[in-house]
Write a protein that binds this ligand. Structure first.
Ligand code: MN
Length: 205
């Protein structure tokens, strides 16, 4: 299990075929203001790849874009809504088709309101991940080992989580509903970018 670090793009051919886990680290939560700093990606075979973008980057990243835009490759996220918006805004691609472990958790773990990645990994996989570096300076030209470990751990468990969540979605008959939500997610991210960030267009008010 190795964490590979790259600058400005993913090398060609480093990912096995099949679904990839994807996460992003940014300067903050306001996508047009807070630049994309790191994209993490894993094919689920044990290695994670981190792609760091410098301040002033042109985000050309042809190899990374090709993987993210590949319609044959399922992208696994935890709270994909945010990552899809950041990737669309900075890398210019819709990183779909989508599976979101947070949405799956919300549809299945109706006995709790704790749907964070740490809680999900603990309950479904019995593993412990640290969220200590979550609010750190991802724009720093030199990322610490703790930051790299944290960034990698955010994509490390998404394949295994999907397997466990799918068992529960099947059991409770909510797979189709989950799939419909995943399919809508790129559009939800587009609404965020287009000016409806915290407005629920489905609500009466
Ligand atoms: Mn993350």
């Amino acid at each position: 299990m190795t964490v590979h670090f790259h600058e400005e793009d993913l090398p060609a051919g480093v990912l096995a075929p099949g679904p990839v886990a994807v996460d992003t680290e940014t300067m903050g939560l306001i996508t047009p203001r807070d630049r994309l700093c790191v994209v993490q990606i894993s094919d689920g075979k044990g290695d994670e790849h981190l792609v760091r973008f410098a301040a002033g980057s042109d985000y050309a990243a042809p190899n990374l874009r090709a993987v993210l835009a590949d319609p044959e490759r399922l992208k696994l996220y935890h709270f994909g809504r945010f990552d899809l918006a950041a990737i669309k805004y900075y890398l210019g691609v819709v990183a779909a088709p989508v599976y979101c472990t947070k949405i799956a958790s919300r549809l299945i773990r109706t006995y709790t309101d704790r749907h964070g990645l740490k809680e999900l990994v603990r309950e479904l996989l019995g593993q412990d991940i640290s969220k200590q570096q979550q609010s750190s300076d991802w724009g720093n030209p030199t990322l610490s080992d703790a930051q790299k470990d944290y960034a990698a751990s955010d994509v490390r468990f998404l394949h295994a989580l999907r397997t466990e969540l799918n068992k529960r979605l099947e059991r409770e008959g909510r797979m189709e509903l989950a799939q419909a939500c995943f399919d809508f997610l790129p559009h939800r991210a587009e609404l965020d970018l287009a000016g409806w960030p915290e407005i629920d267009i489905f609500s009466h008010m």
